[in-house]
Design a protein around this ligand. Structure first.
Ligand code: TRH
Length: 375
């Protein structure tokens, strides 16, 4: 069977940068590595501009790095349906576009790209079909995940070797980030989290730590919270020293530069979905703040991930990591000295984890294979 070439990805920005972060990454990879013709329909070009500053938020149609970026406007313009249609994270497709899909001579492959979860049920639901109640169309649920029975994780080809190549010369990596390398014995941490995280407790723990910590905070919600903690507006470029903590405010980075930051740091605080995955490809210790869901459903997801991630870890290291995650996500105790002491073991584990995961096919390749012959 011939592979479909024309792909449309629909992205509705619910909040923050994860929805567009995932869609933009996927769109780029499909175009660059699979030679596909990709249109990315996004309802909020400003969010895309934040992670990809070349975006012009005032232009409804623009081409960047092989992707045709379109403003998803209402009413939706008359548009011929593509051969593969991806609706990201359950965003409802425009009614007129759905009708165009139903009316097209070769019925498009229709995918709902789901949120990432490490829960076991994902394997059973991955790729399940769901017929449309009126139209002769079938939607398939495509679940990212951590095992070969899921859709996998987004990972560009050559990512791991590029990371390892750059890490051969850390000085150069810091130079590319426009930052000085860490001072002697300094643990460098990047901080990206939601503003409901216990940032005050973490900063206080760092201020009191006996070993020096350098915290790099990109502009945005965490920086605003840190500013409130110190009662002083912090702008990118500012540095503040309190006790053994050196806090440096940095600009919000281009998406590809954010990878460099994750690779360079000794420990990364990440959130949501995309930065969480990138921290795993960074192969460095990480602390994840999960996106809050109703009835604390997110805490089940958090534990499902920790169960998987900690499976082959020394029990004492796993206990430290679990406790810190629970403290960070549930406003409990944050034992930074214990985490700092475990960083060497966590680093060895993170390298192994990244090696195992990168041995599995990536999400974009899995999608291409699935869409050639959906079952
Ligand atoms: O921003 P997030 O919290 O995104 C989301 C949304 O909230 C979404 O609604 C929710 O459902 C989902 O999380 C789970 O976190 P995430 O997913 O990590 O996305 C952040 C993106 O921003 C990611 O692509 C990396 C990018 N980024 C940069 O490009 N530069 C930066 O400096 C930083 C800190 C992040």
């Amino acid at each position: 069977m011939k592979s479909p070439v024309r792909w449309d990805i629909f992205c509705q920005v619910v909040d923050n940068y994860g929805d567009i972060g995932v869609c933009w990454r996927l769109a780029r990879q499909l175009a660059a590595e699979h030679g596909l013709t990709v249109r990315l329909w996004v309802d909020d070009l400003h969010s895309l501009q934040r992670i990809f500053p070349d975006t012009d938020p005032t232009t409804g149609i623009q081409q960047h790095i092989g992707v045709d970026i379109r403003q998803w406007s209402t009413p939706f313009p008359p548009t011929e349906a593509a051969e593969v249609v991806i609706e990201a994270f359950g965003c409802a497709l425009p009614e007129s576009y759905l009708a165009a899909m139903a009316g097209s001579s070769s019925r498009p492959v229709w995918i709902n790209l789901e949120y990432l979860s490490a829960e076991a049920w994902v394997e059973g639901c991955h790729a399940l079909p769901s017929p449309h109640p009126q139209y002769p169309l079938t939607k398939h649920f495509f679940f990212p995940g951590f095992t070969p029975a899921t859709g996998g994780l987004l990972r560009e080809s050559g990512l791991i070797s590029r990371r390892d190549g750059l890490l051969e010369n850390p000085e150069q990596l810091w130079q590319q980030l426009n930052l000085a390398p860490p001072g002697p014995d300094e643990t460098t941490v990047s901080l990206f989290c939601y503003d409901n995280a216990p940032i005050d407790d973490l900063i206080s723990a760092w201020e009191k730590t006996s070993l020096p910590v350098r915290c790099l905070i990109p502009e945005g919600k965490p920086l605003t919270r840190a500013s409130a903690h110190f009662g002083k507006v912090l702008d990118p470029g500012d540095t503040l020293i309190r006790g053994n903590l050196r806090l440096q405010a940095i600009p919000f980075l281009r998406q590809e530069d954010y990878d460099l930051l994750l690779w360079a740091c000794d420990c990364n605080f990440v959130r949501g979905e995309d930065s969480f995955v990138r921290a795993q490809w960074a192969a460095r210790p990480m602390i994840w703040q999960i996106y809050v869901q109703e009835e604390n459903a997110h805490l089940v997801k958090l534990d499902a991930f920790l169960d998987r991630y900690c499976r082959d870890m020394a029990p004492e290291t796993a206990t430290v990591l679990r406790k810190f995650h629970h403290g960070w996500n549930r406003h409990g105790v944050l034992d930074w000295p214990a985490l700092q002491a475990a960083l060497t073991d966590l680093r060895t584990h993170a390298v192994r984890w990244s090696e195992v995961l990168s041995g599995q096919p990536d999400l974009a390749s899995n999608l291409v294979i699935f869409c050639k012959n959906p079952v």
